[in-house]
Design a protein around this ligand. Structure first.
Ligand code: URA
Length: 195
């Protein structure tokens, strides 16, 4: 069966696959350009995202917008989602069962989007997508290639809220992400007409 974006959104909206469905206000489906070359994957919705049902609309979203602006990117050109679509109470890390219960949605989003570049924002996403022992501090900005995807990770924007000195390093990672997207476009590995 071939799901559409609308189907996935409907499944996420009605999801009861894990206990987070009992404490959420709104599930937060990924958002952005359904033909984007760049897919950002973060951890889980925070309080404001849970209230509005939209990813990155709280304080981390302001930092994210500033990083995008500094690298000449717009939200309208990218797709942003989370490992889990419902807020863990108190913003704790999502549990293993919660991540696994939600993983099929991320797989469908990736399948439909077919991004050229996948960016993990923060430890939780990097350890689920890249490697269980991924160390953001040492390995952020490094690249791996899997199937048709170039994958990387950088700090979660909330890390900058806690320590503003990280902004420069994350900005550099974001600018490298744009360069990688442009290189892949030039080499014909992405379809420029979709953006
Ligand atoms: N933090 C996340 O990891 N995701 C969001 O959508 C917002 C804040």
């Amino acid at each position: 069966m071939q799901y559409t974006w609308k189907d996935i959104e409907g499944h996420v909206a009605a999801c009861t696959r894990c206990p987070l469905s009992r404490t959420r206000n709104h599930p937060v489906m990924g958002r952005g350009n359904g033909g984007a070359d760049i897919m950002l994957i973060a951890e889980a919705p925070g309080g404001e995202e849970d209230r509005q049902g939209i990813p990155f609309v709280g304080p981390s979203g302001e930092i994210l917008d500033s990083l995008l602006r500094d690298c000449g990117l717009k939200r309208a050109e990218i797709y942003i989602t989370n490992i889990v679509k419902c807020r863990p109470p108190g913003n704790r890390d999502p549990g293993e069962e919660e991540k696994e219960a939600c993983f099929p949605y991320l797989k469908y989003e990736t399948y439909l989007l077919k991004p050229a570049v996948i960016v993990c924002l923060g430890r939780v996403a990097a350890q689920r997508i890249l490697s269980p022992d991924f160390k953001i501090t040492r390995q952020h900005g490094s690249w791996t290639y899997r199937k048709n995807y170039a994958l990387t990770a950088t700090y979660h924007p909330s890390a900058i809220l806690r320590d503003s000195s990280k902004y420069g390093a994350v900005k550099q990672d974001f600018c490298e992400i744009v360069k990688k997207r442009d290189e892949l476009r030039l080499s014909g590995r992405t379809d420029c007409r979709r953006v």
